[in-house]
Design a protein around this ligand. Structure first.
Ligand code: FAD
Ligand code: GLY
Length: 364
């Protein structure tokens, strides 16, 4: 078995797989080590919204980074399909970000100031989505905040990376990493591997490596619970979004209702209380949703940093260790931009200075 690589990536979620894709495409010999299966954790739980506008809380850093990532998806859809045969199911329609009062409309003013966003009053929203609650006063319509299937997208990245020569090791947890001379030794349950560079990209579990690498940082889980329901006739064409909750239409009349925000809960199962609150919230957006049949429910752990921005960049004292983790609510959206930024840092290409500063792990 080959045991020496240029780059070892720890974690086979959307972030690790996107990094592997962009590195392998540059002919860099990369291996991904995944504790269970590709796309099995937070990535599998995600709704897949590319919410560059609807999730934007910072116009200076988050927006340009997220927007460039979002725009990349429009071209990645065909590129990844051709390489891997996997359809990421980029679904157009966009998001209606609902407002129930003038105060909530005012809160949308920053979003409404962004290019391509427009205000629809209640009648205009209901002309396009006639099942939406009559209690809204209107909504910001965000056409570009489309969605993808997160699990398929992660598989598409990993299979495409393999087409370019990447190795993917599933059921291979990394137990420890250690530097000897100029090379990192990566200890796993399947033996020891070597790499010149290591990227820590194992989601909320990255904290264990921070400590091994002499850093005091931590990531905390913010559990999100979701329910999927189905109807014979599609009930929605657009995603509805209000106060961090949403109803996302998928194919075949399926709707994904998400998601709770439970801090510091490491359990990956949904609770009855969580699902009850989701159903109550969904009814306020789409009253007839209660007639639909439940397909499944699940939960995942969002990896949150102290300031809710990801850690993307070098270890403060060693450029052969990089971090790509802590993507919180937006790992699916930010995967292409993160993969490209890590690639550029490894091959020493120019990266925007404000992104380096904003995302470096030692920013405090
Ligand atoms: P993960 O997907 O958790 O992957 C980390 C991987 O590392 C796992 O597969 C794990 O098994 C592996 N691992 C752990 N320890 C080790 C080890 N020691 N060795 C090897 N492997 C290891 N984002 C969006 O952009 N849009 C959305 O609509 C959206 N909706 C969401 C809805 C919910 C309910 C949740 C929970 C999240 C949502 N997110 C969304 C956020 C998004 O899912 C995450 O930000 C993203 O999946 C993080 O990806 P990741 O690769 O860092 O982590
Ligand atoms: N971005 C949606 C969520 O994290 O629930």
């Amino acid at each position: 078995m080959k045991t020496k690589y240029d780059v070892a990536v720890i974690g086979g979620g959307i972030i690790g797989c996107s990094i592997a894709y962009y590195l392998a495409k540059e002919n860099i010999d990369v291996a991904v080590f995944e504790e269970t299966q590709i796309a099995s954790k937070s990535t599998r739980a995600a709704a897949g919204m590319l919410g560059a506008h609807s999730e934007c809380d910072d116009l200076e850093i988050f927006y340009p980074f997220a927007r460039s990532s979002q725009l990349d998806y429009f071209q990645l859809q065909d590129e990844l399909k051709e390489l891997s045969g996997v359809n990421i199911e980029l679904r157009k329609g966009g998001i209606f970000q609902l407002a129930y009062s003038e105060h909530e409309k005012d809160e949308l003013s920053a979003t409404l100031a962004l290019p391509t966003i427009s205000w629809y009053d209640c009648t205009a929203v209901r002309n396009r989505e006639n099942s939406v609650s009559e209690d809204i006063i209107g909504a910001a319509y965000i056409e570009d905040d489309v969605n993808v299937l997160p699990h398929s997208t992660c598989l598409a990245f990993s299979k495409s990376a393999q087409v370019f020569g990447a190795s993917i090791f599933e059921f291979t947890p990394v137990l420890a990493i250690q530097k000897e001379d100029d090379t990192y030794t990566i200890k796993t349950n399947k033996g020891t591997f070597q790499a010149k560079t290591v990227v820590v990209a194992n989601g909320v579990w990255s904290s264990s490596f921070f400590h091994q690498l002499g850093l005091h940082h931590t990531l905390s889980p913010v559990k999100g619970e979701c329910i999927s329901v189905s109807s014979e006739q599609p009930l929605l064409k657009h995603t509805l979004f209000h106060e961090h909750c949403y109803i996302v239409p998928r194919d075949n009349g399926r709707l994904v209702i998400g998601a709770t925000m439970v801090k510091n809960d490491w359990h990956e199962q949904p609770t009855l209380g969580g699902l009850e609150s989701l159903i109550a919230k969904a009814k306020t957006m789409l009253p007839t949703i209660t007639d639909l049949k439940i397909e499944s429910c699940w939960a995942g752990l969002r990896p949150q940093t102290f300031d809710k921005k990801p850690f993307i960049g070098y270890h403060p004292e060693d450029e052969d260790i990089l971090f790509a983790t802590g993507h919180f609510r937006n790992g699916i959206l930010l995967a292409p931009a993160t993969g490209q930024m890590i690639r550029d840092l490894i091959v020493k290409k120019d990266v925007r200075k404000d992104w380096i500063e904003a995302f470096k792990i030692n920013r405090i």
